[in-house]
Design a protein around this ligand. Structure first.
Ligand code: KG4
Ligand code: ZN
Length: 341
């Protein structure tokens, strides 16, 4: 049995959670998320300096609430896991330094966690019998990438977007059609009311057998469509645009997922990241996996966005392998920084 505290502060959510491991099964004991979305909504996006300050204000209470919620004391913890990369550097530094202080002052082992890997590990909290190897697709505000995760819980990236992330593409169009930041969830709902075939848009799936996507083209095409309608004085059917845009993005992701499953021969797919909450993407991947006889493991919608429980889950695998961080642990904005474990 092990108890882990997971800490997350890479973007605009300050979160701490306690996860319990019993015989390899991970259970969420508490998961406290303080979201800054309302603060950043004013600016239409995350303002890094404001995010860092808001993390400083929230981190102590969030951590205390997570421990209280789990009914445990600091001394009960077997490890503290913290997101050290990638993300906004100032925001990450708040969580990393808080976790380092807590760990070293109380002699608790510290585990450094990659935020993208943490999204993938959220699946273990929902599907307790999930076992690697599997294909993982992370679709978030900052990333859209495919990984092969092997039996040792090692991650190998096999493809993804060449430019923007899917979440960023959703948020951008959501913003220009007047949806509140972040537009992803609202665009998802709006898309349910429109015709997915109404507006012709380019596919984000790059031609050929590469597991490669590009969202910049469809984003520009949607912006051009809106500008040209504006110039002609025409009203745009926002639901049709949301539906057509979503359908093209989902189709492209499903196409490349199918290819990745074929190329790797893996029988399990993990879908993770904030955009994994998208109802159209969830439904389309369910259809694909049913057709291919592949197991689909998705975290519950509540565990798709940034949260401390997924960090604790990823931290468990580092803890189990004895991969501990020391006082030199630093934060990094990069996906694969040198010198950070
Ligand atoms: O994983 P996440 O919480 O943060 C990052 O690591 O980036 O993902 C946030 C992204 C935002 O772009 C947000 O609009 C998007 O996830 N998102 C959605 C939905 N819910 C959140 N995108 C599409 N459909 C949704 N239902
Ligand atoms: Zn995230």
């Amino acid at each position: 049995m092990a108890l882990l505290l997971g800490m997350e502060s890479s973007c605009d959510e300050t979160s701490a959670a306690v996860v319990e491991e019993q015989n390899g099964i991970l259970t969420v004991r508490s998961n406290i998320v303080a979201s800054q979305i309302e603060t950043h909504r004013l600016y239409g996006g995350v303002v890094p300096e404001i995010a860092s300050r808001a993390h400083v204000e929230a981190v102590t209470k969030v951590t205390k609430d997570a421990l209280d919620g789990a009914g445990i004391a600091l001394s009960d913890l077997d490890a503290i896991a913290v997101t050290s990369h990638p993300g906004l550097i100032g925001a990450l530094l708040v969580g990393v330094n808080f976790a380092k202080s807590l760990a070293f002052a109380n002699r608790i082992p510290l585990v450094s966690v990659n935020h993208i890997h943490a999204h993938i590990c959220a699946a273990f909290l929902t599907h307790t019998d999930l076992k690697p190897p599997f294909l993982a697709l992370v679709v978030s505000g900052g990333h859209t990438c495919f990984y092969v995760v092997n039996e040792k819980m090692e991650y190998r990236e096999i493809g993804g977007t060449r430019d923007d992330a899917a979440g960023e593409a959703f948020d951008k169009i959501g913003r220009v059609i007047g949806l509140p930041y972040p537009g992803g969830a609202a665009l998802d709902r709006l898309a349910c009311e429109g015709d997915p075939k109404a507006i012709a848009l380019p596919s984000p799936a790059l031609a050929g057998e590469e597991i490669a996507l590009s969202f910049s083209g469809i984003k520009t095409a949607a912006l051009n469509y809106l500008n040209s309608a504006g110039q002609k004085g025409e009203t745009v059917n926002r639901a049709d645009l949301a539906a057509s845009y979503t359908a093209k993005i989902v189709d492209a992701i499903v196409k490349k997922t199918g290819l990745a499953l074929k190329q790797t021969g893996l029988q399990t797919l993990v879908l993770a990241g904030g955009v994994a909450a998208n109802s159209h993407l969830r439904a389309a991947l369910e259809t694909l996996c049913k057709k291919r006889n592949v197991r689909l493991a998705m975290p519950t919608v509540a565990l798709c966005g940034d949260n401390g429980a997924m960090v604790a889950a990823a931290g468990y695998f580092g803890y189990r392998a004895g991969r501990f961080a020391d006082t030199a642990l630093n934060a990094s904005a990069l996906d694969n920084p040198e010198g950070v474990i």
